[in-house]
Design a protein around this ligand. Structure first.
Ligand code: FAD
Ligand code: NAP
Length: 526
């Protein structure tokens, strides 16, 4: 029997879910409250209710080879890290290529989702939607929640004493769109996440002074990593993951801190995390250190209190004549359309989901939350694999859900966080194993050593999860073997003789030598 699946939201997660339902022979209906696809990546001049909102200068912090849908590489002439408008162009190409548009009902708000009266037997859901003031109700066999997790601002302003008497303006980064109105002003940005650092850097060329307040610091990474290669193509490899997870924790921590400090010494820039060994999400910003160096951005500790015109910091320093305070303090989750929100959101702002996807206490595993987990990897391939895993598990109905099996690692590694933080490759492999699409590295070394080397030592690009098993894509092998060509094509726009292809050769040499070196060290200690 064809199963009817309701998908809430047509952002990158919802689109992956539509395609995956179609691949599994199901009948998806996607409800999108706005009038277009793309979710967060569809820039508008004003924030829209219930939809994520970005500033006009947002660039991706995952590169094109690491953030594509695994059976749909970016065009080779797209830049490695791209402006939001370029990503939106790609999203439109994906929808057109796989003919997904006809499954989306635009301007349709999912306003209520509740268990069907016979849920225990059927696992069905009643979904009420609203379009042009008209309500409609329908019953679905499964629901995929793809409504986004960067929508509802965490605005802790009232926790800061004195904010009520502060005479300047304050608002959340969700409402920041661009630098125009800050010309010549003194701006305080609170929060050293990706939003806070982007906004501080952008304003530093317009405002008269920018202060960036951080309560616990962050590691800062550049998109341009060793020898100028994209950071994620070098850091997110199976080999590095293996080393990280097998080395003694103290050695792994030491190497991590050392690696994070290679670009510049964080303590000299006031950015050093309070606990440097936590794998909290780093901040990607290529310009912040130079803005700090030039005095255009001044890093400050947490704010103790506000007066009418100034901010008093925890170290006792005071900055006078602050015109604007921007709270770049992140987001909270909310599922206002769930009749019983506790199905997803247990304890206050905490979420417990089996494999970061399925609410564990349901009698039938017919609801999936897609795109909530947070890792160093990009969201598109993560959501895509989650959707495939969820559909597969739900069809087979073999999933015995046990919250203890939740792959959410212990908080000690990532620190306190509301997000479900995962190690990207470990998590992806776990989902992939369960549905039979994880590449078998040993077998690959025996049957296709060239590909095996790239899969194990090279970037863990999304194509790896379409090499084999259900949903195998014939183009995956070629996409993996040509990923560096597409990466370099857009930067080698003035080719110099003798500069070709030295990366893979020397890198492979180094990678092959390293296990040997480790074996020697290991033997020395025996
Ligand atoms: P969204 O893109 O938020 O889409 C959700 C959709 O659901 C929206 O279209 C919304 O209108 C719709 N919707 C919501 N509620 C309802 C309802 N009740 N009824 C009907 N429709 C509804 N991740 C990366 O991997 N790389 C990056 O470089 C990156 N950059 C980011 C930059 C910023 C500024 C932010 C805030 C986040 C960034 N992220 C990045 C994370 C980002 O959340 C994901 O990239 C991605 O956009 C999430 O997609 P999604 O489909 O899950 O949700
Ligand atoms: P975020 O990553 O959650 O960062 C929020 C920041 O606010 C943290 O530094 C946090 O400090 C601080 N904060 C929270 N509550 C506070 C309080 N009460 N007092 C003081 N400080 C407080 O939020 P975000 O920067 O908006 O990013 C959200 C997501 O979007 C992330 O996944 C990010 O990667 C993504 N993003 C990507 C880009 C891009 O370039 N592509 C741009 C923007 C955002 P602590 O660390 O101490 O908690």
């Amino acid at each position: 029997m064809v199963k009817r699946v309701a998908i809430i939201g047509a952002g990158v997660s919802g689109l992956a879910s539509i395609k995956c339902c179609l691949d599994e022979g199901m009948e998806p209906t996607c409800f999108e409250r706005s009038d277009d696809i793309g979710g967060l990546w569809r820039f508008t001049e004003c924030a829209e209710e219930g939809r994520a909102s970005i500033y006009s200068s947002v660039f991706t912090n995952s590169c094109k080879e690491m953030m594509c849908y695994p059976d749909f590489p970016f065009p080779e002439d797209f830049p490695n890290y791209m402006h939001n408008s370029k990503l939106q162009e790609y999203i439109h190409m994906y929808v057109k290529h796989f003919s997904l548009l006809r499954y989306i009902k635009f301007k349709t708000l999912a306003c209520s989702i509740r268990k069907h009266p016979n849920f225990a037997a059927t696992g069905q859901w009643d979904v009420i939607t609203e379009r042009n003031g008209q309500e409609e109700s329908a019953t679905f066999d499964a629901v995929m929640i793809c409504s986004g997790h960067h929508v509802y601002p965490n605005l802790p302003a009232e926790h800061f004493p004195g904010i009520k008497k502060f005479k300047g303006s304050y608002f959340h980064s969700r409402n920041y769109k661009g630098p125009a109105k800050f010309k010549g002003k003194r701006v305080l940005v609170i929060g050293l996440g990706n939003s806070g650092s982007d906004i501080a850097v952008e304003l530093s060329s317009t405002a008269s002074q920018v202060y960036l307040s951080s309560r616990s610091g962050s590691w800062l990474m550049s998109r341009v990593w060793d020898k100028g290669y994209p950071w994620d193509m070098l850091v997110l490899t199976r080999f590095q993951t293996f080393l990280r997870n097998t080395l003694p924790i103290s050695l792994a921590n030491w190497l991590y801190v050392r690696q994070m400090n290679t670009w510049f010494k964080h303590e000299n820039y006031g950015l050093m995390p309070v606990n440097g060994t936590l794998r909290k999400e780093p901040v990607f910003n290529d310009d912040l250190p130079s803005r700090i160096m030039c005095g255009m951005v001044m890093v400050k500790p947490n704010v103790k209190e506000f007066t009418e015109t100034s901010a008093v910091f925890e170290d006792g320093t005071v900055q006078e004549n602050i015109d604007f305070v921007i709270f770049a303090t992140g987001y909270s989750y909310s599922y206002p359309f769930m009749e019983d929100e506790a199905i997803i959101k247990c304890r206050d702002n905490e979420v417990t989901l089996y494999k970061g996807i399925l609410p564990p206490q349901l009698e039938k595993p017919t609801m999936a939350v897609i795109g909530l987990v947070q890792s160093l990897g990009a969201i598109i391939p993560t959501s895509e694999l989650q959707a495939r895993w969820a559909r597969h598990s739900q069809i087979l109905c073999t999933t015995r859900m046990n919250p203890l099996l939740n792959t959410c690692p212990s908080p000690s590694r990532y620190g306190q966080s509301n997000t479900l933080q995962m190690d990207y490759i470990v998590y992806m492999d776990e989902l992939a194993s369960a549905i039979g699409v994880k590449p078998n590295i040993l077998l690959l070394f025996l049957t296709d050593p060239k590909l095996a080397l790239e899969v194990y030592f090279g970037p863990c690009s999304p194509y790896q999860y379409r090499l084999t098993g259900p949903g195998k894509w014939e183009g995956a092998r070629c996409a993996i073997l040509t990923q560096w060509d597409r990466t370099l094509k857009v930067t080698r726009t003035r080719v110099v003789p003798g500069s070709q292809n030295c990366f893979p050769f020397f890198c492979l040499l180094a990678m092959l030598a390293l296990p040997l070196l480790l074996a020697v060290i290991f033997l020395m200690f025996l």
